[in-house]
Design a binder for this molecule. Structure first.
Ligand SMILES: C[S@@+](CC[C@H](N)C(=O)[O-])C[C@H]1O[C@@H](n2cnc3c(N)ncnc32)[C@H](O)[C@@H]1O
Length: 545
């Protein structure tokens, strides 16, 4: 319900004017027109609201949200940010060096971020960009009332189109870009998005919402050394149109941390949504990012916790949520947080790769004699049960079936091998080997492309925990297994203990369980298992079963 002291936009405009809104740089014609309709406020109300403001509240913003229903605010994405989120983002900003000389809030609303920034950075210039004249007027009034009017400019403008003058020191971009779905956006702006994204070397989707436009506009306005922290709905982490945000964060915007807020934290009063706070430093490419999930606003702190995740894992992942999801540690499920001392994610030690898909096992897997030359026949794990049966180590490959893996360039074969291979390929073609989707999409239909032998092989789909097996037999694997390939040199002892640790500590609860109890570990999910780091693996007191 609108507060009895401000029942109309004219009442609110009157209070903002009494706070000194007109004295803040950037006063616009639209605000002047609004000012002409403003009511004359009761001085006692002005005093009371000013006191609330000086006490850290946002009385005008609250009245604005009460006056305009969520429905009315939706077209401009005007969902104001709760104080704990604003505080956490500015606490993060205060710890960055050098300090910003200018703060920009794109979509400033009633000025919540700028008010907090005024106190946090007493010497910085404050810039709000806001498209709604009433909100712009409120932000001006608020900043004037706290005594920061002289260093503030509010532009009544579209953030995508406005000009931000060059400044000497770094700029901090901070705020809550408006969330407006694509079907409310003009064709003209959709074209703008595609053009501007392409000028940044990225591709845009027509389905992108306004918050995505704001990331692009930020990338255009910002200079190397500028920083930023934006809170948004979290869906861009996973959806196709969010690819553009992910690319910008991995590229020019230089993400340094992502903090995901569970819907239970009620990040926004108007919507039960997961939110993501993204911190970035323009022009940086840190080798790893801090990521964290928090369940309550109190846990936000100064956005300084989280575990580190390598950027190449984010770059390779088609969706980011799985990498940020709750994980299991050595002591059971844990959310967010750093791994315990001495533990890392398996993905930090090894890449996990599913084995090659043959496209036609009946043709490419041989179980017995064949005329194909021996050098193209590779003993291969072709059934998960072979790994379950092996126990801790696969010592002997002689009982495995063999996969025919021919080179892409058959001209490298000598005449005899070539003749035998061609005989086989003629027979394979008559069995339909050329026609399948897999064969048609690989570089040469006859070349399966097995991966190199992995030192550890794992099953990934069963009604029991996966098997992790040391592959001493140098066996290859097809797509019924994953191979673990070290990213860094790991001694034989470290590999033995890693396989042993994974085999004994991984449970079905770590994977994704499907109806019927089948548990599956996609490679990226397996990479998220927590394991001892290399030092702990080889220490004499390494964790064992
Ligand atoms: C999510 S609200 C955030 C307000 C304020 N920064 C806060 O966090 O409390 C987004 C704001 O962006 C404004 N806005 C929407 N479209 C805009 C645009 N194209 N350019 C500038 N501001 C815009 C809305 O009017 C709204 O005030």
């Amino acid at each position: 319900m609108p507060s009895p002291d401000a029942r109309t936009a004219a009442d609110l405009a009157g209070i903002a004017l009494a706070f000194g809104a007109r004295d803040v740089a950037g006063w616009s014609d639209a605000e002047e027109r609004l000012a002409r309709t403003a009511s004359r406020p009761d001085p006692a109300v002005v005093r009371r609201l000013r006191a609330e403001l000086l006490d850290g509240g946002d009385p005008l913003g609250e009245r604005f949200c009460a006056l305009r229903s969520a429905e009315l605010r939706r077209p401009l994405g005007a969902t104001y940010t709760p104080a704990p989120i604003v505080r956490a983002m500015l606490a993060w900003a205060r710890r960055q060096r050098p300090l910003p000389s200018r703060i920009v809030d794109p979509g400033a609303g009633s000025g919540r971020y700028l008010l907090a920034a005024a106190a946090t950075f007493p010497d910085a210039e404050l810039v709000g960009v806001e498209i709604d004249p009433l909100a712009a007027m409120l932000a001006r009034g608020d900043l004037a009332a706290i005594g920061a009017g002289a260093r503030t400019t509010v532009h009544l403008a579209d953030f995508r189109a406005c000009t931000l003058p060059r400044t000497t020191g770094p700029t901090l971009f901070v705020g809550n870009p408006p969330y407006v779905r694509h079907h409310r956006l003009d064709e003209r702006w959709k074209r703008w998005l595609v053009d501007r994204a392409s000028s940044l070397g990225c591709r845009a989707s027509q389905l992108a919402g306004l918050h995505v436009h704001f990331f692009v506009a930020t990338a255009i306005h910002a200079r190397p050394g500028d920083r930023g922290a934006y809170v948004t709905a979290a869906e861009w982490l996973d959806v196709n149109y969010g690819r553009l945000v992910r690319d910008l964060l991995m590229g020019v915007l230089g993400a340094t941390g992502i903090h995901v807020l569970e819907p239970a934290a009620q990040p926004f009063a108007d919507a039960a949504t997961t939110a993501a706070i993204t911190c970035f430093e323009v022009g940086r490419r840190p080798p790893s990012l801090r990521v964290r999930r928090v369940e309550t606003l109190d846990d936000l702190g100064a956005l300084d916790g989280g575990r580190s995740i390598r950027r190449d894992r984010l770059e390779a992942a088609p969706r980011w949520s799985p990498l940020l999801a709750t994980r299991r540690g050595p002591d059971g499920p844990r959310s967010g947080g750093r791994p315990p001392v001495g533990y890392v994610e398996l993905g930090d030690l090894c890449r996990v790769h599913r084995g090659a898909v043959t496209g036609a096992n009946a043709i490419w897997i041989v179980d017995g004699a064949t005329d194909v030359p021996e050098s193209f026949l590779h003993p291969t794990v072709t059934k998960a049960r072979e790994l379950f049966a092996a126990g801790a180590e696969l010592l002997d490959a002689s009982s495995l079936r063999r996969v025919i893996d021919l080179p892409i360039d058959l001209d490298t074969l000598d005449d005899d091998d070539r003749a035998r291979v061609e005989r086989f390929l003629r027979r394979a073609a008559t069995m339909g080997a050329k026609a399948g989707y897999i064969a048609r999409t690989r570089r040469a239909w006859w070349s399966v492309g097995l991966r190199a032998p992995a030192p550890i092989l794992a099953t990934y789909m069963a009604r029991r925990p996966p098997a992790f097996v040391r592959n001493r037999a140098q066996a290859r694997h097809i797509n019924i297994a994953h191979g673990l390939y070290p990213r860094l040199p790991l001694s034989a002892t470290a590999l033995d203990r890693l396989a042993d640790y994974l085999a004994t500590r991984t449970s079905v609860a770590d994977g994704r369980t499907y109806a019927g109890g089948l548990t599956k570990f996609e490679p990226r999910e397996m990479e998220r298992l927590l394991v001892p780091d290399p030092d702990l693996l080889v220490a004499s007191d390494a964790p064992r079963a």
